[in-house]
Write a protein that binds this ligand. Structure first.
Ligand code: GUN
Ligand code: ZN
Length: 484
């Protein structure tokens, strides 16, 4: 197989993995900076020194370029761009979505990508606008799938082909596309036509289409989020299982005088100081950067640094099992990101099936934390706890002899036997003073346990403050206020 992906560590649906393309291997999640051969603010060689292992460029631009076409064909892309890492090429699909047509066919662009020695080739898929109606979206998806089939038929099963997933904003079409792309044997699958969603801050829709595609794509496929730009959304996308991002944003923002941070961007004139540790920011004041002759290039370097640092932070978070905390933090940067985060939390039951069993810690960060996969997963496994005929759930204090079983209580998870006291998630869970939301959530755990054990009689012992919530969730259960 020309393209292979291996997941090494995972958290939520995110993975730290290894993508192998021919003889080259890169670490994921990864950022593939977009290179425009005519306009290089930062050279691929400099990017390599910054730790970039893969880049993406546009084969259509090369094929139409007087300056580069023949050189690319005779010397190969790696020589022309002076980059020895992985080079992915996009077809003319982006131009197709902007100009409505391109002067190249599917097999022509793929043969060209092969001939310039690209490492990963993209067929001429159709990026359907999210504004398109169902009929148009379905027809265009049909054309995309026909071209993917043609790509496999003409170039063979081992060609390093990407299989883009389209389907507009229709989740059932995204599901169908994900299934069909995997069935055709694609192991590298970009999720396409999401740029307009991200440009318009439609993160809720982004979550719904990415989750739909992921539901049916092979779990072993490497997932590329096509055109994902701003580092503030990488953690959210990674949590859904996206492994690769390609970004022209570092350069586009720089041209526009914009300075990226993980929580949003500033116009360079707005900054009184540079809140970053990269070489550019440590060697310039905000004023010097604003007035620099090579401002665009300096901003591009900074933007690239911030973007790459965020990828590194995500990799560490996956390793530690703290990706939800990072998603929570990043998604507070914009109300629409928060909406996307909440939409992702609504998928927690589905995500919990794949989430890992043990993590470094669980920091409670507010109501949203009650909906996390660890809580869902804990409560899914609660019915396995074995119980005697009389069960005490003690919010505070120790065991009572009069009950066959005593369980303790840790919100937002719920009841736990003392053997689980030190294990994840009960032990390493840091929660502030209990509040109604987390106690209500923990009581749901008690309710699940009671439903599965109708033969046991349950009593709750809690401070009086929680009586009303206990009764609200658990009905006429026996409640004692004898904890002190
Ligand atoms: N770049 C951004 N979105 C897309 C897409 O949907 N398809 C292709 N081929 N390239 C893209
Ligand atoms: Zn910087």
């Amino acid at each position: 197989m020309a393209i292979a992906f291996e997941s090494l560590y995972s958290d939520i649906a995110g993975r730290n993995g290894k993508l192998t393309v021919g003889k080259k291997t890169i670490k994921t999640p990864a950022l593939l900076p977009v290179i425009n051969p005519h306009l290089q603010l930062v050279s691929p060689k400099e990017m390599r020194q910054m730790g970039v292992e893969a880049i993406i460029t546009n084969a259509y631009i090369f094929s139409q370029s007087k300056q580069f076409r023949d050189r690319a064909l005779s010397e190969g892309l790696h020589k022309v761009l002076d980059f020895d890492g992985v080079i992915m090429t996009d077809s003319g699909s982006f131009q197709l979505s902007v100009y409505g047509q391109v002067s190249i066919t599917n097999t022509e662009t793929l043969a060209f990508q092969r001939d310039i020695k690209s490492d990963i080739w993209v067929p001429l898929d159709i990026p359907t606008s999210p504004a398109s109606d169902r009929e148009t979206t379905e027809r265009e998806l049909g054309t995309t799938m026909e071209r993917l089939r043609e790509a496999k038929a003409v170039f063979g099963p081992d060609a390093p082909l990407a299989g883009p997933v389209q389907g507009g904003i229709f989740t059932d079409l995204r599901e169908r596309a994900g299934h069909d792309v995997s069935a055709l044997g694609f192991s590298f699958c970009p999720i396409g036509a999401v740029v307009p969603l991200m440009e318009n801050y439609r993160y809720r829709d982004l979550v719904s289409v990415v989750m739909a595609a992921k539901r049916t794509l092979s779990p072993s496929a490497c997932i590329h989020l096509f055109g994902a730009g701003h580092p503030s959304m990488f953690a959210l996308a990674t949590a859904m299982g996206c492994d690769l991002f390609d970004s022209a944003a570092y350069a586009l923002y720089a041209k526009d005088g914009r300075y990226m941070t993980t929580h949003g961007s500033y116009r360079i004139g707005e900054l009184i100081d540079l809140p970053c540790s990269c070489a550019v920011c440590r060697s310039h004041t905000a004023e010097e950067l604003r007035d620099a002759k090579d401002r665009e290039r300096l901003l591009a370097l900074h933007n690239l640094h911030v973007t790459l640092a965020e990828i590194a932070r995500i990799r560490q978070a996956i390793f530690d099992g703290t990706l939800w905390e990072l998603v929570d933090e990043r998604c507070r940067a914009h109300p629409q990101l928060l909406a996307g985060y909440r939409a992702l939390l609504a998928h927690a039951p589905e995500l919990a099936l794949h989430d890992r069993v043990s993590k470094r810690r669980f920091f409670y960060r507010g109501d949203e934390s009650c909906k996390r996969t660890e809580v869902v997963r804990y409560q899914q496994h609660l019915p396995q706890v074995s119980l005697g005929k009389t069960v005490l759930i003690a919010f505070e204090g120790g065991e009572r002899d009069e009950f066959e079983t005593t369980l303790f209580f840790k919100p937002p998870f719920g009841p736990y036997p003392k053997e689980l006291k030190e294990t994840f998630p009960i032990g390493p869970c840091e929660i502030p003073e209990w509040d109604d939301t987390m106690v209500r959530c923990g009581c749901e755990g008690i309710r699940i346990l009671m439903e599965r054990h109708p033969e046991s009689r349950f009593t709750v012992s809690c401070p009086e403050r929680w009586n009303s919530i206990v009764r609200e969730i658990l009905g006429d259960i026996e409640v004692r206020n004898d904890t002190v």
